[in-house]
Design a binder for this molecule. Structure first.
Ligand SMILES: C[S@@+](CC[C@H](N)C(=O)[O-])C[C@H]1O[C@@H](n2cnc3c(N)ncnc32)[C@H](O)[C@@H]1O
Length: 388
């Protein structure tokens, strides 16, 4: 593809991304993959370039742009070389008309910018930085650590950092389960659980097990680690990952959303620690998923807040006296962080908060906030409650 044809391709892709964001359709990554699946003649360089251009435009526009072209014109306004490719040649975008509509620049929709400001988020533009590739060394796998080249020590105890776009999946260390891809902030939230060998630990919203695997490593495979989720497909992805990582202390438990206690009854009062890595708006992960800010509505946010409070109450019943409950969201909004923690403490006077001690983060309410702007991690809120 010529450089100009790549720009037109990115515009076409953006039209699909915009339509999907409006109708809650497929995510951008999947749409881009599908677009290229039926255009086999495009090479890997084309794929990379088109993807890169589309994501530049997604990052540049705070509100949903009217069209892919208006979004790309926003990027072209600050990039004369890109603007010059709008030349009307074969497969290229048409020349730019005087006064043509250009999408507004911005970090996020107006209502979300207000919520972020009210939540004390500084430098919100950092939420759209390109994320590095963080890995965690899996201490369950012994042997000489032979990391792929280019790693710098990260802030998390077993963490290393690579530049964005580093491909790690074909490395020996990854294939052998010696390293896991996991954001440094995510690794640090697992450290707050402080899971120990011999304990009973419940990961209530385990998904495909990103954090469960780190907990298994901390437990040195000794004890009982119950990974729960209400999404069967996600939970089914955990056992093969656990096998690759050599994590043998994990059992999975599928929950019925809204009737979680049915399956959890035998675990009431049994856990030394419960991790609630709750479903949330994901405002802390826009670096990886920038189009999410076009999709979120205040109604959805309300629903997340309600389910988080409910899951916290469910989790509290599972913890033994003196045990701990760790609440995590990948959000920077107080509604899903400090306010949620305050609500929990108000509803549960027999619990107290302990400020997590981490090498990064800023205290926020009863917990700690990790942020792309101050910690160069994904954004997280983490609180640790102890049952008296
Ligand atoms: C933030 S994600 C978890 C990510 C995962 N812990 C990790 O580190 O990869 C939240 C998870 O909560 C799950 N979930 C949603 N409603 C739930 C419910 N009622 N009970 C348990 N899990 C639920 C979702 O399916 C999703 O996997």
């Amino acid at each position: 593809m010529t450089p100009a044809a790549r720009v037109q391709a990115a515009i076409d892709v953006l039209d699909l991304v915009i339509e999907a964001a409006r109708s809650n359709g497929a995510p951008a990554d999947r749409l881009i993959s599908e677009w290229f699946r039926v255009r086999r003649w495009a090479g890997s360089g084309d794929r990379r370039a088109v993807r890169e251009l589309a994501y530049r435009a997604i990052r540049a526009c705070g509100e949903i742009p009217a069209t892919g072209r208006a979004a790309m014109l926003r990027v072209a306004q600050g990039d004369p070389q890109l603007a010059a490719l709008f030349d009307g040649s074969r497969h290229a975008p048409a020349p730019i008309e005087p006064g043509e509509a250009v999408a507004a620049a911005g970090v996020a929709p107006e209502w979300l910018m207000r919520r972020l400001a009210d939540s004390g988020v500084e430098r919100p533009e950092a939420l759209l930085d390109r994320a590095p590739l963080d890995i965690r060394v899996n201490t369950l796998k012994s042997g000489i650590l032979d990391l792929p080249e280019g790693a710098e020590k990260g802030v998390a105890p077993h963490g290393w950092r690579y530049p964005p776009e580093t491909r790690i999946e074909q490395s020996r260390a990854y294939l052998d389960g010696v390293i896991e891809v996991q954001d440094a902030g995510s690794q640090l939230t697992c450290d707050v659980v402080a899971a120990r060998p011999g304990e009973t630990v419940i990961d209530l919203c385990a998904g495909a097990g990103g954090k469960t695997l780190a907990l298994a490593a901390a437990m040195e495979n000794v004890g009982r680690l119950v990974a729960c989720d209400a999404d069967r497909a996600r939970l089914q992805r955990l056992p093969p990952r656990a096998e690759r990582a050599g994590a043998t202390c994990i059992e999975t438990l599928l929950l019925d959303a809204n009737r979680e206690m049915q399956a959890l009854e035998p675990l009431v009062g049994a856990a030394d620690a419960v991790l609630v890595d709750a479903p949330c708006s994901g405002t802390g992960t826009w670096r990886r998923n920038p189009e999410a800010r076009w999709r979120l509505t205040d109604k959805q946010l309300e629903r997340y807040v309600a389910i988080q409070a409910r899951l916290l109450d469910v989790a509290a019943t599972l913890v033994t006296q003196g045990g701990r409950l760790i609440f995590v969201t990948c959000s920077l909004l107080d509604a899903e962080g400090a306010d949620q923690a305050a609500g929990f403490l108000a509803r549960h006077p027999d619990w107290r908060a302990e400020l997590p001690a981490l090498p990064a983060g800023t205290p926020r309410g009863a917990g700690l906030r990790l942020s792309p702007s101050t910690d160069e991690t994904d954004g997280f809120f983490v609180a640790r409650f102890v049952r008296l």
